[in-house]
Design a protein around this ligand. Structure first.
Ligand SMILES: C[S@@+](CC[C@H](N)C(=O)[O-])C[C@H]1O[C@@H](n2cnc3c(N)ncnc32)[C@H](O)[C@@H]1O
Length: 188
């Protein structure tokens, strides 16, 4: 096991240390459902995962995975853009996971966009409970990816340090646009 943990697993480490049994959390980009499953396992029987995606195919794949794992009862699947999360989630959440870009194995034209990602993150900041976190897996290899990263950095750099702490985690010697991680914590 290498000492340096890859950004995707680091995101999960942060999430595991934050979520308490029975809490509500959000998967902002359901995709193939892996993060939704991970979150559903963490929140326990009394917890709830709201899982968003704009693609029917992604919502269906997530449903199938969660049904296979007998955890669908903990999940509300939402076929809508994550920028509208406040219309669906009406309680504080401990974690919001974003895995940006396109659906692996799906249509590479359907990607997260800076405008809606920024609206969604701003909405997410208001939903976070104190001590809660937003994790964002960022990809820059596809068209628009660099702009999305830049937009997120300007949003994060402007956050008041008394209210939020922001961490950026990346591998600097990997070829081909490796994914990187932003974590925003709402301070207590
Ligand atoms: C990298 S994939 C997510 C992978 C997923 N977390 C997993 O564990 O399999 C990105 C997903 O974001 C979705 N997406 C794109 N724009 C979106 C939006 N505005 N709101 C919600 N989901 C969106 C895409 O349809 C795609 O399924």
């Amino acid at each position: 096991m290498p000492a340096i943990i890859k950004p995707l697993y680091m995101a999960r480490k942060f999430v595991s240390s934050c979520v308490r049994i029975g809490e509500t959390v959000i998967d902002a980009t359901a995709g193939n459902g892996h993060d939704t499953l991970f979150l559903a396992q963490l929140v326990g029987d009394q917890g709830k995962v709201f899982s968003f995606d704009v693609q029917k195919e992604a919502i269906e794949k997530t449903r199938q995975l969660l049904e296979r794992e007998n955890l669908i009862g903990r999940v509300a699947l939402v076929l809508d853009s994550h920028e509208r999360m406040p219309e669906y989630v009406h309680e504080p959440v401990s974690v919001i996971m974003f895995n940006l870009g396109y659906l692996p194995g799906g249509d590479h034209q359907i990607i997260t966009r800076p405008e809606s990602t920024i609206i969604a993150v701003k909405a997410g900041l208001l939903l976070l409970r104190p001590g809660g976190i937003i994790t964002l897996m960022i990809y820059t290899g596809h068209e628009g990816g660099k702009e999305e990263k830049a937009a997120l950095f300007s949003l994060c750099a402007a956050l008041n340090q008394k209210q939020f702490t922001v961490l950026y985690y990346n591998i600097i010697n990997q070829v081909n646009h490796p994914p990187s991680l932003l974590v925003i914590e709402k301070n207590h």
